[in-house]
Design a protein around this ligand. Structure first.
Ligand SMILES: C[S@@+](CC[C@H](N)C(=O)[O-])C[C@H]1O[C@@H](n2cnc3c(N)ncnc32)[C@H](O)[C@@H]1O
Length: 232
């Protein structure tokens, strides 16, 4: 990983904001991901994220913290937060912005336990592929204190495969429609291709059941997105 995501966060943090990140997937063309969005305040967050922050309690883990926006808000509310990210740049920026506990760590390498675990901005993306979902869910379960909760958002992206007549055009031999190849570039340089998973609620619920977790829909967004709570 070249950590172009982290490089972009560092540029923004250090006042060198000249370009946005460019993202695309195997089913969609280039799209800009504005850097200021990755530094959003509570007021500029989607309702689902605001709800997740309102429901956070106790010792909290912010998984894939990015620039640390969710952690900073919770810290200000008096919560004890640990932020983790696999991007060195993201960890550096979160630290610089004032996140007190931040570690360069992948979710599967986390071993402490928490009352709330947050995975936000399509949190299921971190699972990468459908066949890794059970590994991640079992691990998340092992990180929960008694009475603890995982708050995670995602979208059902079936709408991206509907043609003008409402027909579903995905190749029958293809993998699950939410499993995408994700491409990112910044300042003319391309990151190594990544996998990114969008998981519809029903499938998340089934996977949770198989992993011994309960899965509750907390809220639905305006565009096939949702926030779910997972607990034992
Ligand atoms: C879409 S960004 C979201 C950032 C932040 N949560 C936000 O809402 O602005 C996903 C983040 O997850 C991080 N990430 C991806 N896989 C991860 C993993 N296995 N463990 C920890 N962080 C991960 C990425 O480096 C990136 O910072």
């Amino acid at each position: 990983m070249k950590d172009l995501f982290g490089k972009a966060l560092l540029d923004y943090q250090n006042g060198n904001y000249t370009e946005d990140l460019i993202t695309s997937t195997n089913i969609s063309d280039d799209d800009e991901l504005p850097l200021p969005y990755l530094f959003r305040d509570y007021q500029d967050m989607p309702k689902l994220e605001q709800k997740a922050l309102q429901l956070s309690k106790g010792l909290t883990l912010d998984v894939g913290c990015g620039s640390g926006s969710h952690s900073l808000y919770l810290q200000d509310q008096g919560l004890n937060v640990k932020a983790i990210d696999i991007s060195k740049g993201a960890v550096e920026v979160s630290h610089a912005r004032g996140v007190k506990q931040v570690a360069h760590l992948a979710l599967l390498d986390e071993t402490e336990t928490f009352d709330t675990i947050l995975l936000l901005m399509n949190g299921t993306g971190i699972f990468e592929t459908l066949n890794q979902v059970s590994t991640y869910l079992s691990h998340l379960k092992s990180l929960l204190n008694t009475g603890g909760q995982v708050l995670i958002d995602s979208s059902d992206i079936k709408y991206m495969y509907l043609d003008e007549d409402g027909g579903f055009w995905q190749d029958m031999n293809a993998n699950y429609y939410g499993e995408l190849d994700y491409f990112l570039s910044y300042k003319g340089e391309a990151e190594l291709p990544m996998k990114w998973l969008y998981l519809d609620f029903k499938l998340l619920q089934q996977a949770c059941e198989a992993s011994g977790l309960k899965c509750e829909m907390l809220a639905e967004g305006e565009h096939y997105d949702y926030l779910a709570k997972l607990y034992v």
